[in-house]
Ligand binder design. Sequence first.
Ligand SMILES: Cc1cc2nc3c(=O)[nH]c(=O)nc-3n(C[C@H](O)[C@H](O)[C@H](O)COP(=O)(O)OP(=O)(O)OC[C@H]3O[C@@H](n4cnc5c(N)ncnc54)[C@H](O)[C@@H]3O)c2cc1C
Length: 290
Amino acid sequence: MTSAPFEYQKPESVAEASRLLSRYGGNAKLLAGGHSLIPLMKLRLASPDALIDLSGVSELKGIKSTGDGLSIGSMTTYHELESSADVKKAAPLLADAASQVADSQVRNFGTIGGAVSHSDPAADVPPVVLALDGVMVTGTQRSGREIPAERFFRDFLTTALRPNEVLTRISIPKLPANTGTAYVKMANKASHYALVGVAAVITLGSNGVCERARVAITGAGPYTSRAKRTERILVGKELAPNVIRNASKRAGAELDGMFNEDVHASAEYREAMIQVYAERAITAAVAAAG
Ligand SMILES: Cc1cc2nc3c(=O)[nH]c(=O)nc-3n(C[C@H](O)[C@H](O)[C@H](O)COP(=O)(O)OP(=O)(O)OC[C@H]3O[C@@H](n4cnc5c(N)ncnc54)[C@H](O)[C@@H]3O)c2cc1C
């Protein structure tokens, strides 16, 4: 199938991209890697009047290592994430999750900005940004704002971005000492999207007790979300296998029974598997922290 006709714009700054978004009054789409947007347009599930190509906006590119962590331009590709020495050192979880996305063709085009802005319920990078307490930095013609990941992902394909806002960078704070991380997923055999996936970030105290836990899930519900009941069970305890198993049983609790169901997996199967993958992710993160 082919897309409906559209105009093409190629701004050179965030301000110009935002001005174009305003000009088309909500009927334009920003184009990053195009690996989610173009298929939707070909299926005519999206028919924007214009595409605003971000590839000429240099301020959206590059990975900067700051004293406090990483600042990652929204147009950074998965391939750049998985091969960056700075990302591997400061946020190995992000490099690892990026390396698990699809295949090299998709990883060479798909961007971190496109991934989080699209908020696909089965995407790999959103739960990782959520578990790492990432912050989305946006820009418009006049100003910008910072949106913590926890307030960014709102619903199925829906984020806190306003119609004229461009996601410019994603800040990933430095991990506390004695922190281990892991991302594991049950991948769809064809696309590699997560049928279920879990990102875990676990910080242990010097006595081996869990001081801080972040567990974020993908694939199971309408959008990525934290498994806060699981996190609460973990904090303050020594993470023996039975404690991790009990906590993992609550990994889908916040979804209130609203598990995704499609030709690939039933709701019941996703409910069961999110517990199994939570246990695996937390166990691996604890081992890495130790
Ligand atoms: C065959 C195939 C397999 C895939 N498998 C996986 C997989 O295993 N795991 C996975 O996680 N993903 C997978 N994907 C999706 C892929 O990762 C997409 O590239 C990604 O989700 C979107 O990134 P993009 O840069 O291509 O964004 P685009 O498709 O260009 O844009 C997506 C959306 O985000 C908006 N947007 C983009 N950039 C910005 C910005 N800076 N500010 C505001 N809005 C913005 C766009 O307007 C659009 O609405 C797959 C895709 C394909 C085609």
